[in-house]
Design a protein around this ligand. Structure first.
Ligand SMILES: Cc1cc2nc3c(=O)[nH]c(=O)nc-3n(C[C@H](O)[C@H](O)[C@H](O)COP(=O)(O)OP(=O)(O)OC[C@H]3O[C@@H](n4cnc5c(N)ncnc54)[C@H](O)[C@@H]3O)c2cc1C
Length: 403
């Protein structure tokens, strides 16, 4: 673990970022919260769906288009897009501050959510794959996991790609692939050199959703994350992919995937959890003040106060950690182990914080009219998805013991 002390200015958000963050906060309060009941009652919201298709599935077209327009007009649509691709080039710290606000509601504000590896697109791949995803015209899925390869994809991956007649031919099965049925193309990892595997023997392919050699099993896998399955088993049977649809270099597909997971995905679990945790605390404080048992509001009971305090401690600790790590990432430090720490704490503390909120609310905490169970399930899931807690601990231990 790096021991460098953080420059305290890392926490000082520039005025334009504060303005943007407050704008996000206002949009959530004025536009998203009033729609929350409708969103939570809809059987169409589903974990793993992309933001724009999700609001289009749940809301009337005029409501979905209004949210889309707000995101486009304010620039929030491009929040996570690098400057060279039309974004504002915001620092990681700025993204964290704004995303924390947007995660206060379970309703996603539609925005370009590209998944950093796609920025590796070269030549005409940019127009065919990257640009349409940035603009919300196409969506993707990321296919790494297999029935027997989850935490150790590099060592256990069975899906293979071999060269035949000038094309790549993929064979194998992927599992748990979010958005596989609804996407336009998949980013698929396959072994191209069985000796080298994760050290130069895994390649990333861009595979069209309607490639005749690929089949998405319907229905998807049912989970507790929602009534609509959005994770799928995907089969590749002599699935042909041309050379020009290799993403990045042949053999470098594993490194690409890890690069995305380590910084983009793991660090941004911080604001993902923080928004939900802050909402859970705000709701709990309000509820405790007005709910009376045995002649007194819950807020006057020490057992309840301590739950609120424990939630507050988790939020403050996670916020300090996340903002510090984002600042250090911005200053060019290698924060891979720190990002693992943020992911671990965000998902574990996040779920326990929302668990307290459910307890403070009693039966109401379990009502699907409140966002608490959705928050809980998403944060509990995040202790498994994208590298489980144990894997984050392994990475952190490795960094601690290095040298
Ligand atoms: C809702 C959902 C969405 C998903 N979306 C996608 C997606 O879009 N694309 C994709 O590729 N994958 C996706 N996944 C798969 C996800 O990334 C894997 O489930 C995750 O990486 C864990 O792999 P596994 O389930 O095979 O667990 P396993 O690897 O079988 O591990 C089982 C348990 O053992 C622990 N464990 C493993 N190894 C060790 C060790 N050495 N020491 C100690 N403990 C260990 C793990 O942490 C875990 O708790 C999704 C999964 C879910 C549930």
């Amino acid at each position: 673990m790096h021991t460098t002390h953080t420059d305290s200015t890392a926490f000082k958000l520039p005025p334009d970022v504060i303005e943007f963050r407050d704008l996000a906060k206002r949009i959530v309060r004025e536009e998203l919260l009033p729609l929350e009941q409708e969103f939570l009652a809809s059987p169409k919201h589903a974990y793993g769906m992309r933001e724009l298709p999700m609001v289009r599935a749940v809301f009337k077209p005029e409501v979905a288009e209004r949210l889309f327009k707000i995101a486009r007009d304010t620039g929030l649509w491009y929040l996570m897009v690098p400057e060279e691709h039309g974004g504002m080039g915001l620092s990681m710290l700025a993204q964290v501050a704004i995303l924390e606000q947007l995660n206060y509601s379970p309703i996603p504000l539609p925005m370009a959510n590209v998944g950093n590896i796609l920025y590796e697109c070269k030549g005409d791949q940019v127009e065919r794959f990257l640009r349409p995803v940035i603009e919300g015209e196409k969506t993707t899925a990321f296919a790494q996991t297999e029935p027997n390869a989850g935490s150790d994809p590099g060592g256990m991956m069975q899906t293979k790609a071999v060269r035949k007649n000038g094309r790549w031919v993929l064979n194998g099965t992927k599992m748990w692939i979010s958005n596989a049925a609804g996407c336009d193309f998949l980013m698929v990892q396959a072994v191209t050199d069985a000796e080298k595997r994760q050290r130069g023997g895994i390649t990333m392919f861009l595979v069209d959703r309607h490639n005749p050699g690929m089949r998405v099993e319907e229905p998807g896998i049912r989970t507790w994350l929602g009534p609509n399955p959005t994770q799928y088993v995907v089969h590749f049977d002599d699935c042909e992919v041309p050379d020009e649809d290799v993403l990045g270099e042949v053999g470098k597909g594993f490194t690409l995937g890890q690069r995305w997971l380590t910084i983009h995905d793991r660090l941004l679990r911080g604001p993902y959890a923080l928004g939900k945790m802050q909402r859970a605390l705000d709701m709990s404080v309000e509820w405790a003040k007005q709910r009376v048992t045995f002649g007194k509001p819950l807020a006057e009971r020490q057992a309840i106060q301590w739950k609120l305090v424990d939630m507050h401690i988790d939020i403050q600790s996670l916020r300090s950690m996340t903002y510090e790590m984002a600042g250090r990432a911005d200053s060019g430090e290698d924060v891979r182990a720190e990002a693992a720490l943020v992911k671990l704490c965000a998902t574990e503390w996040g779920a326990r914080c929302v668990d307290h909120a459910i307890q403070v609310h009693g039966a109401m905490g379990e009502s699907l009219e409140l966002p608490l169970t959705v928050f809980y399930r998403y944060l509990r899931h995040a202790q498994i998805g994208g590298g489980a807690s144990e894997i984050q601990r392994i990475l952190i231990a490795r960094s601690l013991l290095k040298g």
